[in-house]
Design a binder for this molecule. Structure first.
Ligand SMILES: [Zn+2]
Length: 111
């Protein structure tokens, strides 16, 4: 519920500043390593958006794969939650996370 509330607060603030009458669609990108289930997020969105400018608004979710870079050979690759610890090219274990958890609002469609 916390993530949905955060998205709602940001969207409503932006829409209010833009003098919008209603919010139609909110698009967000979420890193795969974020502790959130997309289905649960949609459910929570319905629950928190009722009675606000975003009532009935759609929530478009783009899940972004995590990516890491190998310190030995420089290879960069995308991966899921559990397979980012070892470089798939050279087998090295010295890797750094380039993109992991996180949430970003990409766009808000308003009237
Ligand atoms: Zn490597």
């Amino acid at each position: 519920m916390g993530i949905a509330q955060g998205i709602l607060d940001s969207a409503v603030t932006a829409a209010t500043e833009a003098d919008a009458k209603r919010i139609n669609v909110v698009s967000v990108s979420i890193g795969h390593l974020t502790e959130v289930m997309e289905d649960a997020l949609h459910f929570a969105w319905q629950a928190v958006s009722g009675g606000t400018l975003a009532e009935g608004a759609g929530l478009e979710v783009t899940m972004l794969a995590a990516s890491s870079k190998c310190a030995l050979c420089g290879h960069e690759w995308e991966h899921g939650r559990y397979d980012g610890a070892q470089c798939p090219v050279c087998g090295g274990y010295i890797v750094s996370l380039l993109r992991g958890p996180g949430l970003k609002i990409d766009s808000i469609d308003i009237d």
